[in-house]
Design a protein around this ligand. Structure first.
Ligand SMILES: [Zn+2]
Length: 282
């Protein structure tokens, strides 16, 4: 019996959810997803062309019911940051055993992180790099490094840096610390599926360890798998890089877990708002 809380059932999130729900230990799933299925989604998604125009959350539920009729599915067809729905979202997080983040934007990832830390839940995050050149899988447990620690370690760009430029200066993902410019290019379904499979494997591994999440240690906190050789970015295709990310005293979200760190929900909200402001969101 395990309850998952997943944000995002787009092209990256849906294959993760599908893989996870084949595991009979999972009995409940809460899904947050506001989007409607569009024609341009068909190329990379599990859902058929005939599903265009329907809610992705409803389609995900249908997909799961046809494979796991015993699974309890709860839908929250809203944006994770929707202020009006925060009480429902908090309730679903409180009830879950594990969070799965397949959100495609930084504010949602930071918000997800805040929710998980506030309720003391372990969670995982999968990210496919632009163009499908590789991808990341990260895992988080209460008391461990937060998403802010990881983003800081990997020198993630702020949203202001996410400006499309004609000739992109590619980041060297395997050498965190350099200047990063990122352009969003679509990834192939095969690349998305490869990272989704890794994301699901790490999530199932963490689920097995959920009684003692602090003892979970696959040898990395962040796994990067390259899928293509890209000059100045990745020397080799199909090469894993395992990053151990420690809690950082410089982290503006968790401050490395110092005793003075924001602990109440209100203080965490303030820290989160400050982080989002730095991202240029508000
Ligand atoms: Zn942190």
């Amino acid at each position: 019996m395990a309850h998952l809380f997943q944000v995002g059932v787009g092209s990256g999130g849906m294959p993760v959810l599908d893989l996870l729900c084949r595991d009979s230990r999972i009995s409940h799933v809460s899904i947050v997803e506001p989007d409607v299925y569009k024609e341009h989604n068909v190329e990379r998604h599990l859902f058929p062309l005939s599903a265009v125009g329907k809610s992705k959350a409803v389609l995900a539920e249908q997909w799961l019911r046809e494979r796991r009729p015993d699974l309890h599915v709860r839908l929250l067809p809203c944006d994770l940051l929707d202020r009006e729905r925060q009480a429902e979202i908090e309730e679903a997080v409180r009830a879950c055993d594990l969070g799965i983040c397949a959100a495609d934007n930084e504010p949602a990832k930071f918000h997800f992180d805040a929710l998980m830390r506030r309720h003391g839940k372990p969670w995982t995050l999968g990210e496919v790099l632009s163009g499908g050149i590789g991808g990341f899988v990260h895992w988080f447990v209460p008391g461990g490094p937060c998403y802010g620690c990881v983003a800081g370690h990997l020198q993630r760009p702020t949203s202001a840096d996410y400006v499309a430029v004609e000739k992109p200066q590619s980041p060297d993902y395997s050498q965190p610390g350099g200047v990063v410019h990122e352009v969003r290019l679509p990834a192939s379904k095969a690349a998305i599926q490869a990272i989704a499979s890794l994301h699901a494997l790490v999530t199932l591994d963490l689920l097995t360890a959920r009684e003692k999440p602090q003892s979970y240690d696959p040898g990395f906190t962040t796994l990067l798998l390259t899928l293509q050789r890209v000059p100045d970015v990745f020397e080799e295709a199909f090469r894993p890089y395992r990053f151990r990310v420690a809690r950082s005293p410089q982290c503006l979200i968790c401050q490395g877990g110092r005793p003075s760190t924001a602990q109440t929900a209100e203080e965490l909200d303030v820290a989160l708002d400050q982080a989002l402001a730095r991202l240029g969101n508000e």
